[in-house]
Design a protein around this ligand. Structure first.
Ligand code: GLA
Length: 381
C-alpha cells in the first residue's frame, strides 16, 4: 500500500510526500448504540486501512486527491467550507482541519494530500473514522504538533459530529485510534477511557455486507439517539448508563412503549459488554458467541435497528458449525453482520451462507475475512 501511495502521490503532484499515516477500519464487536449513552463498547481494529500522504506547499492552496475519485479538489487554505456531491469525501479531512483550533492545535496552511484505501466504503467498517484519523496524523505532523492519542480520537469525532454532521459516539474513532493486533478495544465512553482486551487465538472475524441501506438511515440513527435521551430524562438521569437493568424494568410505566424498549436494550447491552469482557478473559469463546447472538436479538426486537436481511444472516450464521456467534455491526438499519468464528470456519462455509442469502434476497452479500490490526499511526516516509 505504501509504495502505491507514494507512486500515486508522485503521479498527481510530481514530487514525494513528506508525511504518511495509516488508520484502520473497525468492527463493532458488541455494545450496540451504547457509546452515546455513556456505556462501554468493544470493537476491533481490522487489517484494512486508509492511507494518507501529505507534502506542504507554498502558497495558499490545499489540493486533495484520492484513488476513489478521479479529480483533484483544490481549496483555499484560509477557509474550511463544506463540499457536496462527488467532492463530499473531502469533508472528512476538511472537518479535521476545522476541528484543530478547538483543541488548541495548529493546522498546516497549503499542502498536497492523497488518500488511498483498501477498506470498502459503505460496508459498516467506518472508513470515515479511518480517513479522519489518518488525515489528522499527517496534518498534525506537518504543523509540528504531537497531541496525545486521546485528542486525536476526539478530533476525529468532532469532525464527524460538527462538520460532516453525523451524531455518532466515540466508538469508531476510538477503535481506529487505539486498535491493537490480537486485541479488542474496550471503551468506557463516559471518560472516555480506552483499554485493550486480548482476543483468544482461535477467534476469526467474517463480515457479510448486505449493501442494503435503509433510506432513512441517518435520520433513524438520530431518532434512536433522541429516544435514548428521552428515556434517560424519564428515568431522571443524564445518560442511560447510569441506570441498572432492574431499574429500567421497574420504571416501564414511566416511558412510552418504544422508548422503554430502547432503554431496555441499552442497559441490557451494557451488561452484556461487561459479561463479554469476563468471558474473553476466561478464554470462553462459546460464551462470547452466545452474548453476540443475544445482542443481535435485542437489536431486532427492542432497539429495532435490524432488518430482515441482517436477521437472516445473523440467524443462519449462528446455526452454522464453527461459528461462535453473529450480530449486526454498527448503526444498523442495513449494513453488515459480523461473525466470530473458529479458525476451522473457512471460505467454503462463508460462501454457503452467502448462497442461502442470495436465494432469499436475490443478491449475494460481500464476504470479507478480517484480522485484527493496529491503531492509527504515522509511517516513516
Ligand atoms: C455507528 C456510530 C457509532 C455507534 C454505532 C452503534 O457506527 O458511528 O458511534 O453509535 O453506530 O453502536
Amino acid at each position: 500500500m505504501k509504495s502505491r501511495l507514494v507512486e500515486k502521490f508522485r503521479v498527481n503532484f510530481g514530487r514525494a510526500p513528506e508525511f504518511i499515516a495509516r488508520a484502520p477500519g473497525r468492527i463493532e464487536f458488541i455494545g450496540n448504540h451504547t457509546d452515546y449513552n455513556g456505556g462501554p463498547v468493544l470493537g476491533a481494529a481490522i487489517d484494512r486501512q486508509v492511507w494518507v500522504a501529505l507534502a506542504r506547499r507554498a502558497g495558499g492552496e490545499r489540493r486533495f486527491g484520492s484513488d476513489q475519485r478521479g479529480e483533484l479538489v483544490t481549496r483555499p487554505a484560509d477557509r474550511v467550507e463544506k463540499l457536496s456531491g462527488a467532492q463530499s469525501w473531502v469533508n472528512y479531512p476538511l472537518g479535521v482541519l476545522g476541528a484543530l483550533p478547538a483543541f488548541g492545535l495548529r493546522a498546516p496552511a497549503g499542502f498536497d494530500y492523497f488518500a488511498l484505501s483498501d477498506l470498502p466504503p459503505g460496508a459498516g467498517l467506518s472508513s470515515s473514522a479511518a480517513i479522519e484519523l489518518a488525515s489528522a496524523l499527517v496534518f498534525l505532523a506537518a504543523a509540528g504538533e504531537n497531541p496525545p492519542r486521546e485528542t486525536l480520537v476526539k478530533i476525529g469525532r468532532q469532525a464527524e459530529n460538527d462538520f460532516v454532521g453525523v451524531p455518532c459516539g466515540i466508538l469508531d474513532q476510538g477503535v481506529s485510534g487505539f486498535g491493537k493486533k490480537d486485541h479488542l478495544v474496550f471503551i468506557d465512553c463516559r471518560g472516555p477511557h480506552f483499554a485493550t482486551v486480548p482476543l483468544p487465538g482461535d477467534a476469526r472475524f467474517w463480515i457479510f455486507n448486505t449493501h442494503t441501506k435503509h433510506a432513512l438511515v441517518d435520520g433513524l440513527y438520530a431518532e434512536r439517539h433522541r429516544e435514548c435521551l428521552e428515556a434517560a430524562q424519564g428515568l431522571g438521569v443524564g445518560l442511560l448508563a447510569e441506570v441498572s437493568p432492574a431499574a429500567v424494568l421497574a420504571a416501564e410505566k414511566k416511558l412510552s412503549p418504544p422508548v422503554f424498549r430502547r432503554a431496555r436494550h441499552i442497559v441490557e447491552e451494557i451488561a452484556r459488554v461487561d459479561t463479554t469482557v469476563k468471558a474473553l478473559r476466561a478464554g470462553d469463546l462459546a460464551a462470547v458467541g452466545q452474548l453476540l447472538n443475544a445482542s443481535h436479538r435485542s437489536s431486532q426486537t427492542l432497539f429495532e435497528n435490524s432488518t430482515p436481511e441482517l436477521d437472516f444472516l445473523a440467524e443462519t450464521l449462528a446455526a452454522t458449525p464453527h461459528v461462535y456467534g453473529a450480530r449486526l455491526t454498527g448503526g444498523g438499519f442495513g449494513g453488515a453482520v459480523m461473525a466470530l468464528t473458529a479458525e476451522s470456519f473457512g471460505a467454503f462455509q462463508a460462501r454457503a451462507v452467502a448462497a442461502a442469502y442470495a436465494k432469499t434476497f436475490g443478491a449475494a452479500p460481500d464476504i470479507l475475512q478480517a484480522q485484527t490490526g493496529d491503531g492509527a499511526t504515522l509511517v516513516p516516509v
